[in-house]
Design a protein around this ligand. Structure first.
Ligand code: ZN
Length: 309
């Protein structure tokens, strides 16, 4: 028989430990340059909003699970109120999670609360509620979403271009100058196709620039690339397969040219060194003297490029 005092003391100790929770606000540590792509990591950090997160150790969750059985159905979202605003917080139960983690994605503006397998939803809600100010601050820093539509400003090779839908007659999409000399992307065809045509245009431009940059770097290094593809990769800016195929994110056409050039140099260097060793970085720096600057740029501004288009 379980006496109420036993349960009572269990609850009391739980509440005490809740009060003494050590909540940490940490910057995502730069992942070690081994195995995974540092570029990928910088990108992941930003894209997944891991640049900032709040977490709490799993001990409490374990204690909770000992006291309460998990309620089977979790709500997909929690609602967090803050100064008249209501934030939608996606609730993700992760069997492998050891702690509660709150994240705000810079790429999507999504707020996600990850909780261990047996953590009580009530505790998750309490945790989210107690960080409403943090969520508000982080969301305020999420870059504005830019849709590819007439009038929108889109960076091309680091320079803002205004999208202009100039004709309903089908024609080639091109970057040029407007009547006042301002940079524009001129799009023809049906208005409903503007977004797709801008995207197609930027992808094609990215492919052109990457082809040229890879050609330059492979010639300098005396290696050859198998194939160059340009995609909308979410997890990395670029990659190099074991058979020498290079893949890049088309979104780098929106970055300043030296950043795209760096990514090309980085992946070309992998044709010689399929790792992130000292030798690899030496080659990358030789091919692209602005390597450090480009890495810093991606870290600071990279995720905003995922809010465009
Ligand atoms: Zn790499």
């Amino acid at each position: 028989m379980v006496s109420s005092t036993v349960l009572g003391s269990g609850l009391r100790s739980l509440l005490e430990s809740l009060n003494s929770l050590r909540i940490t606000i940490e910057n995502q540590p730069e992942r070690k340059r081994q195995g995974a792509e540092p570029v990928l990591d910088a990108f992941l950090g930003a894209a997944n909003g891991c640049a900032d997160r709040i977490s709490v150790t799993g001990q409490i969750a374990d204690m909770k699970s000992a006291l309460f059985r998990r309620v089977p159905a979790d709500p997909p979202h929690l609602k967090v109120l803050h100064e008249g605003q209501a934030f939608k917080v996606a609730l993700k139960r992760r069997p492998t999670a050891k702690r509660i983690t709150l994240r705000v994605s810079n790429a999507t503006g999504e707020v996600v609360l990850s909780i261990p397998e047996r953590t009580d939803v009530g505790l998750a809600q309490k945790f989210a509620d107690s960080h409403s100010q943090w969520i508000a601050t982080r969301l305020a820093k999420v870059p504005e979403r830019v849709i590819f539509e007439p009038g929108a400003l889109v960076p091309v090779r680091g320079v803002l271009h205004r999208i202009v839908h100039w004709s309903s007659i089908r024609g080639v999409t091109q970057a040029g100058r407007g009547s006042a000399g301002e940079p524009i992307i001129a799009v023809a065809g049906e208005a409903s196709h503007v977004a797709r045509r801008v995207r197609d245009f930027l992808e094609a431009e990215a492919k052109k620039d990457f082809a040229a940059a890879v050609k330059k770097h492979t010639a300098q290094l005396g290696v050859s690339a198998k194939r160059i593809t340009v995609r909308d990769t979410k997890s990395r800016w670029g990659s190099c397969s074991a058979n020498g195929a290079l893949n890049f994110s088309w979104r780098l056409i929106m970055a300043p040219p030296f950043v795209l050039d760096y990514l090309a140099a980085h992946e070309v260097a992998h044709l010689r060194e399929l790792n992130h060793s000292h030798r690899f970085w030496k080659i990358t720096h030789q091919l692209c003297p602005r390597t450090d600057e480009a890495e810093a740029w991606l870290k600071t501004y990279g995720s905003a490029r995922h809010r465009i288009g």
